[in-house]
Design a protein around this ligand. Sequence first.
Ligand code: PGA
Length: 248
Amino acid sequence: MARKKIIAGNWKMNMTPSEAVKLVAELEPLVKNDAVDVVYCVPAIDIVPVVEAVKGSNVQVGAENMYFEESGAYTGEISAAMLVDAGVKYVIIGHSERRDYFKEDDALLNKKVKKAIASGLTPILCCGESLEQREMGVTMDWIRFQIKSDLVDVTADQVKDIVIAYEPIWAIGTGKTATTEQAEEVCKGIRECIAQMYDQATADAVRIQYGGSVNAGNAAELFAQPNIDGGLVGGASLKADFGKIVCY
Ligand code: PGA
């Protein structure tokens, strides 16, 4: 069965709640494409108004982060149960900005992935190499390491339903997109890694996005690659262009 493409916006730390509601209304007529899954991953404080604002549309809401503990004394954190209760379906885990600026390591991310799945959320698990790693020729080794570490104790049945986002760090927010060949090569490598860790059916089912300076001009070519099942879109998800990406 063909994999349904999934195109997710990652709003990062942008949009106040009132701006968020306006953006949802502006994008609403532009992002109608039932052939793909459309997700807005929004800042925590925007979740409640955005869930309300997308009601009746084809858009689902994701969070940009969560904590793995059930509840308790973790000041400032947000639990999976809170996200689910608010109507969230997806959660980005392990974005390179979380890994770099907030020192989230693979052991922590593995706990988050497992908690998200156990709570009924779909993780969008991010991986990707730095420019240095690419130049050293260790891209695929690094990504295999990330995937294997982040998916410890996650079963094949669970992996089938998650989303993996390949985001080369050097392409994020830089306007420097990976070439279609580079993006396809790594997404294919991730699928092979999943086949090795689990089995071919699991690898064939898992959806793998490309992220890193996706825009209205390059989306169609990227999404036409056999192993690229959509995109995780930062900057271009905050404007009307996102409609062009969704209806590529
Ligand atoms: P960008 O961000 O599209 O602005 O490069 C992508 C991301 O970080 O998810």
